[in-house]
Design a protein around this ligand. Structure first.
Ligand SMILES: [Mn+2]
Length: 336
């Protein structure tokens, strides 16, 4: 038996006596979280004939992500309070207990954890855990389970998993392992090309351009570092979308983009360096909020229910400059 088949057996064993499992991706799910959830659902329904609803907390905001779930036939629904009070096994995908970016209470036991973020010590260990920080996308890990089970992949699922790997690794351009390359090419021949083009070129709402304008006007450029505060955002993913854009500025090694959504200041950190994004955001957020991520893309949030978001953003900018050893007062505006 291959390693993947052994893993599949252990995973199935944990829930073989259940008739339903709740699949929970991270909050404000991205394509990798959405695709992993749908992939795990396909696996469990096909092999164990159980119910496996997918519920999420937050917002699917990015136009591409909305197009993806529309294409998949809206397989996710919003999480409700009864969902978490019910005594059914919970499977976390693309997140882990205690990271602050999923709805499972930190002390509650997860039945299954499948993730590729840095490993966290959890208060209550999951019954089955497959956490591989060296892998570029959770979609890669889920694809391995589907292959081990020898299941036919519907083109829509292959497309979602392919897009999950593509976005999390910037088209195999960052943080990848041999497993990602092999899953990517396995899926590529099964992709619904026309649908993928429609998803990637999804039209954006006017709010996108408002945030774009705000991000450019507020951007301060230091030596290799760009920091911007967008202000109020229509949806939380906008901070990350603007950070990705600003990282394209010539000579930029670091981008920190901040904005407010509802009661939270959202931070997105991007770097062209091999590592350090997760560490930077954890350092500046500290115990004020929640932060995490990968070596070159990371994020976090701090509640601004009882503080001025703009003052907090300025304070975080100072902390980031200190952390990166950039002397303050050396900023230039991006736009004049
Ligand atoms: Mn991911």
């Amino acid at each position: 038996m291959s390693a993947a088949q052994e893993r599949l057996e252990l995973l199935l064993k944990v829930i073989e006596n259940s008739d339903a499992v709740l699949i929970l991706p991270h909050n404000d799910p991205d394509p990798d979280a959405i695709a992993s959830a749908v992939g795990l659902q396909h696996l469990l329904v096909a092999l164990l004939k159980l119910k496996a609803p997918i519920a999420y907390k937050g917002i699917i905001g990015r136009a591409e992500n909305k197009a993806l779930v529309r294409y998949l036939g809206q397989p996710l629904r919003l999480l409700t309070t009864p969902d978490l009070n019910q005594a059914w096994p919970v499977a976390l995908v693309d997140t882990q207990p205690g990271t602050g970016n999923n709805a499972l209470p930190p002390s509650a036991p997860a039945a299954i954890v499948i993730d590729h973020h840095p490993r966290r010590e959890s208060i209550t260990p999951a019954r089955y855990s497959d956490v591989r920080p060296e892998v570029g996308a959770t979609s890669t890990i889920v694809t391995e389970y589907l292959q081990a089970a020898n299941l036919d992949l519907p083109p829509s699922l292959a497309t979602a998993l392919f897009y999950g790997i593509k976005t999390d690794t910037m088209g195999l351009g960052r943080g990848i392992s041999p497993a990602d390359v092999s899953a990517y090419f396995f899926l590529q021949t099964r992709v619904d090309v026309e649908a993928l083009v429609q998803i990637e070129r999804a039209q954006v709402p006017a709010e996108y351009f408002k945030s774009f304008d705000a991000a450019l006007r507020a951007a301060r450029v230091y030596n290799g570092v760009v920091i911007s505060y967008v202000g109020a955002m229509a949806y939380p993913d906008l901070a990350a979308e603007m950070a990705d854009l600003l990282l394209r500025l010539k000579g930029t090694r670091w981008v920190i983009c901040m904005g407010v959504h509802k009661d939270n200041l959202i931070l997105a950190v991007r770097t062209r360096k091999q590592r350090g994004a997760g560490q930077l955001v954890r350092d500046i957020v500290g115990s004020q909020g929640s932060a995490g991520g990968h070596s070159n893309m990371a994020g976090g949030y701090i509640s601004v229910a009882d503080q001025d978001p703009e003052a907090l953003a300025l304070h975080l900018r100072q902390l980031a400059l200190q952390y990166l050893e950039i002397p303050p007062g050396t900023a230039g505006k991006l736009l004049i």
